[in-house]
Design a protein around this ligand. Sequence first.
Ligand code: SF4
Length: 395
Amino acid sequence: MNFSESRLIGEKIRFLGHDITDNIENADMIVVNACSVREHAEERALGWISSISSDKAKIYAVGCLAAHVPQKLKNAGADYVSREIKWDEFPSAGGERAFSMKEEDLPIDYEISIVKGCDRFCSYCIVPYLRGEVQSLSPEEIFADIERCAAKGGAVFNLLGQNVNRYNYRGYKFSTLLEDVSHIDGVKKLTFLTSHPADLTEEIVLKVAQNDKILKSFHLPYQTGSDKLLNRMKRGYNSEGYKNKIRMIRNILPSMRLTTDIMVGLPGETEKDFRDTLDVAEEVRFDEAYMFAYSPRKGTLENLVPERIEKETAGKRLSELITVQNSISLEKKKERLNQKDTVFMKSLSRKGDFTLGILSDFSPVLVDAPYQRGKEAEIVLTELKGATLFGRLVQ
Ligand code: SF4
């Protein structure tokens, strides 16, 4: 979400006639768009603002951090603090200026916000308090943003929201939006993030399975396998309900890529709760997972459940989970070797010796073939080095 918002802020600043620089020393204005969902991110943003604070550059602090801790940001050195930039007050440098880049240097993938805020109020999360209740952007606004990015060379679009399944603009729903976006000129691949399991419908899964432009992938956070904790977290499902959603997806498309978020060390998490979490990971066999130790946050689960888990215990549980999940991820990648798939070429690899692409299920792959921006080709997966899949073109 922050990437998408930062891109729009950057575009607007350029539109006002300013140049964007990578070198902070050259800047006379610095815009910090910061998130405060995790305490660590908040501390880092405040520390960074203190470290760059100078008389030379004006610092604009925006984003949900600005709504959450405005005084701390001012104390750290921010000159302007607001949830959103008030553009009529932002200095202009003389109107729109043309800028040109070579086609191969233009970004090919773009993140597009479609829903702001969240109304699920999970008990451990501060997003609904910081970003407000769900607000679906109008289809016209979304199409215009995508058309603008496509005109600049964009071809892969990631539709973003805290819970995209909740997208609903006056009865116009997420599955219809997916279909309509896939028909916009220039859109070659489409994906989205994040899907709340309780709001995932068969209609959405069928749309993903049936539309060739939509990558076959769902990110479906399950958080914990403990029904007791899911209930305290007010997630709106239990572990059986979650697994039913997985069964529904796999009945429709068995090869769908599934990724998730898992937390351990939640307040009140017993050894049995943790084993339940491991059981879900082993039963579902996710392709990838983002795994964290619970981060205490004021106004969240910490206030409801005082039983803190020792840092050491949470750390041990996290490393056990990571070991189990990483071995599942590797096994699933190995199962793909010698199989064919289509690749969408996105860029040259960092060293410039391979083409970096995405497979039909959004998995990254390095292909031993000359890079041709946006080309689709059939490949066979030939090798797994570390966690990286390699492929070569089918002749
Ligand atoms: S659905 Fe996600 S963003 Fe919304 S309250 Fe729950 S955890 Fe937070």
